[in-house]
Design a protein. Structure first.
Length: 311
């Protein structure tokens, strides 16, 4: 199905299972969707060597969520993406102010857009890149295939793809599917989408250009503010201001399709260091011992109760 839409790189992310269907290709990247509890705290583990079965089965605290990310990131060659943050309140805005040690956030899937969550991440100073994905569970539905995808600036080999994802050399696309009845209609519309032919930054100026006019080019900064919007145009320039901590660009096409460009970050020019959470060993073991104590007391109480009833 995805080959028929012209995809060059295809990752099938099954739950807790690495799908090896395309592993004979030079571009093959093993991936799976981690997480198997009700509250949908899920992550895409890209370039996984094996499935990690660590999980907290109940509502996760901020520390639980960070622990899982750290476990998945023990293999530094992986690319970790937090997905569908809004689903069952998997990741709150407050969570995203503090969570770190992951590479990307899902900014869109075939149904929803998560830009507010992404701006929460960037506004907190985390150098995280974006990704768009179909969260498809039914290939027969026209609206579940080719609704969200990434245009990756890389060679068609695994290492090049991973490097591009880790360094933000990609564009997320939310393709507007609502008007299509067949896949043939979708394919024809894909071919008509505007092509981005220029993204450049020189001195203090970000320039974006396309091969045809679009409805809006939007430059978004701290706290998700729309700093500048230009309409009915195919080229736009944004002057990076002294107060800008980051700028990301959205392009809205006339058919409703949206392109999400990775952000420009303000940093020291040396490294994009991210906050690393401190592991509080004392609090961790206090919590664990408290749980053991409560369970022990419950078992003692329950055994005494059973003995009493038996008598």
């Amino acid at each position: 199905m995805y080959h028929s839409f012209g995809y060059s790189i295809i990752g099938i992310s099954d739950y807790q299972f690495i799908n090896s269907f395309e592993n004979k290709n030079k571009w093959y990247v093993p991936v799976y969707e981690h997480g198997y509890q009700y509250y949908k705290n899920h992550q895409l583990v890209i370039n996984a060597k094996k499935v990690n079965w660590w999980e907290f089965p109940f509502r996760q605290t901020l520390s639980n969520k960070q622990f899982i990310i750290n476990e998945l990131k023990k293999d530094s060659s992986t690319v970790i993406t937090l997905v569908h943050p809004i689903l069952r309140h998997a990741y709150t805005f407050d969570d995203l102010k503090y969570l770190s040690n992951y590479n990307c956030l899902e900014i869109a899937n075939h149904e929803r857009i998560f830009t507010a969550y992404y701006d929460a991440v960037l506004s907190a100073g985390h150098p995280v890149f974006l990704m768009a994905d179909d969260d498809s569970h039914n290939m027969s539905k026209v609206t579940e295939v080719c609704g969200a995808f990434n245009m990756v600036n890389s060679d068609l080999v695994t290492d090049s793809i991973l490097k591009s994802l880790k360094t933000g050399r990609s564009i997320g696309v939310k393709f507007e599917l609502s008007s299509f009845k067949t896949n043939e209609e979708k394919r024809a519309a894909l071919m008509k989408l505007p092509a981005i032919n220029n993204i450049s930054f020189k001195n203090d100026s970000l320039e974006v250009g396309l091969d045809q006019p679009v409805k809006n080019i939007i430059f978004i900064g701290q706290n998700g503010n729309e700093n500048e919007v230009v309409s009915d145009i195919k080229e736009a320039v944004y002057i990076f201001r002294s107060e800008d901590t980051y700028i990301r660009t959205e392009i809205e096409c006339y058919d409703g399709t949206r392109y999400f460009l990775n952000p420009l970050f303000r940093y020291d020019g040396i490294s994009l260091n991210s906050y690393k959470p401190h592991f509080n060993a004392g609090m961790t073991w206090t919590l664990r011992l408290s749980i053991v104590l409560v369970l022990t007391l419950f078992i003692i109480w329950y055994r005494k109760r059973c003995i009493t009833i038996k008598k």
